[in-house]
Design a protein around this ligand. Structure first.
Ligand SMILES: CC(=O)SCCNC(=O)CCNC(=O)[C@H](O)C(C)(C)COP(=O)(O)OP(=O)(O)OC[C@H]1O[C@@H](n2cnc3c(N)ncnc32)[C@H](O)[C@@H]1OP(=O)(O)O
Length: 312
């Protein structure tokens, strides 16, 4: 299986009229290009192109004989430029919007001579970017699977991103603090309360739940850069796909929500589904039941795999 990082050099002018040289990187898993249907996977906020294999963040979904079976498909994943996985960082992150990232990914597909995709799948921010891509090229894919995401950032999510921005602009452990706040948005009160039951770690002199949060804050700080996090948060805060374009998307759509998601509430995803259904035939809604909230798309594999297995 090929897992090396590949490069495409792009000249790109942002919608804010800034010129950039973008070394767009990507990974391919499974079958060689042009020998099998292509599935594009768009990664989430702190993810990257390494979706499958030993360290793949979606390895329980994508791999040999997994639901997204790399013996049957070519799985392609671009890095969001500036995510730092390929060491490319962006200083002026506000130059970019999710619409720019979508445009860059489309240019990436063009450079690879990929005209059609079998499917686009994306979780959270990755799904939001996929909405933007399809709004720009409605005929691009046969199947669209946005998971725990919406075509735009609603007020509550925007507000949480604003808090993230304040924390990220602080001087004292900005990335750790932002991650701790984000972890609380990715989970629910029940998820934490059921799991930790107020247990106290005598050795560390703090609640186990606090230790878990501190661990996640420090662990992201070790593997992710502040600049990348600022960019990703800015993108999450500014998803705004043109609503009139949505019904023009030709792909069979399968919107997947999590019943307890605080970031992208199931009620909003269902509303999007109801509106699309009025004007479009092949649109479906699925719901993962979980106490965990947004993170369920990285935890509830039994449900997620069953849903996706029936779609592909
Ligand atoms: C907006 C968007 O685009 S969303 C995208 C952003 N979302 C994320 O980044 C996901 C954030 N959540 C996580 O990273 C979670 O860990 C998940 C969802 C991947 C897994 O959740 P859980 O199954 O509850 O695992 P948990 O968080 O307890 O443990 C993960 C790891 O941390 C370690 N860990 C957890 N708590 C502690 C602790 N207190 N001390 C030391 N290690 C710890 C575990 O041992 C485990 O290590 P391993 O991966 O080497 O086995």
């Amino acid at each position: 299986m090929k897992t090396e990082l590949n490069y495409i050099n792009l000249s790109y002018r942002t919608y804010s009229q800034k010129e950039y040289h973008i070394p767009l990187t990507y990974q391919i898993f499974g079958k060689d290009l042009f020998t099998a249907p292509v599935i594009l996977v768009n990664h989430a906020l702190t993810g990257n192109s390494n979706v499958s294999g030993e360290k793949g963040w979606w390895k329980k979904l994508i791999g040999e004989n997994q639901v997204i079976d790399t013996t049957q498909y070519t799985v392609l994943c671009f890095n969001i430029p500036g995510n730092g996985y390929d060491h490319f960082l962006i200083d002026e992150y506000e130059d970019f919007t999710p619409s720019d990232i979508a445009e860059i990914f489309l240019k990436g597909l063009e450079a690879l001579h990929i005209k059609n995709l079998y499917a686009i799948i994306g979780g959270s921010l990755g799904g939001g970017i996929a909405w933007e891509m399809l709004a720009k090229q409605p005929q691009l894919a046969e199947i669209f699977i946005p998971i725990a995401c919406d075509f735009k950032t609603h007020d509550w999510l925007h507000a949480q991103c604003l808090v993230q921005k304040f924390l990220l602009n602080g001087n004292d452990e900005p990335l750790q603090k932002a991650r701790i706040h984000a972890m609380l948005c990715y989970r629910t009160p029940q998820s934490l309360n059921d799991r930790f039951q107020n247990r106290y770690d005598q050795k560390k002199q703090r609640l186990e739940s606090e230790d878990w949060l501190v661990y996640h804050g420090n662990s992201l700080n070790e593997r992710f850069s502040l600049k990348s996090y600022k960019l990703m948060n800015h993108l999450l805060m500014n998803m705004n796909t043109e609503e009139e374009q949505l019904t023009k998307i030709s792909a069979r759509m399968h919107l997947i929500a999590v019943d307890t998601d605080l970031f992208f509430p199931a009620s909003e995803i269902r509303m999007c589904f109801e509106q699309l259904k009025e004007k479009k035939k092949e649109v479906f809604y699925h719901e993962i039941q979980s106490i965990h909230g947004h993170d369920a798309f990285l935890m509830e594999y039994e449900q997620l795999n069953t849903i996706i297995k029936n779609i592909l």
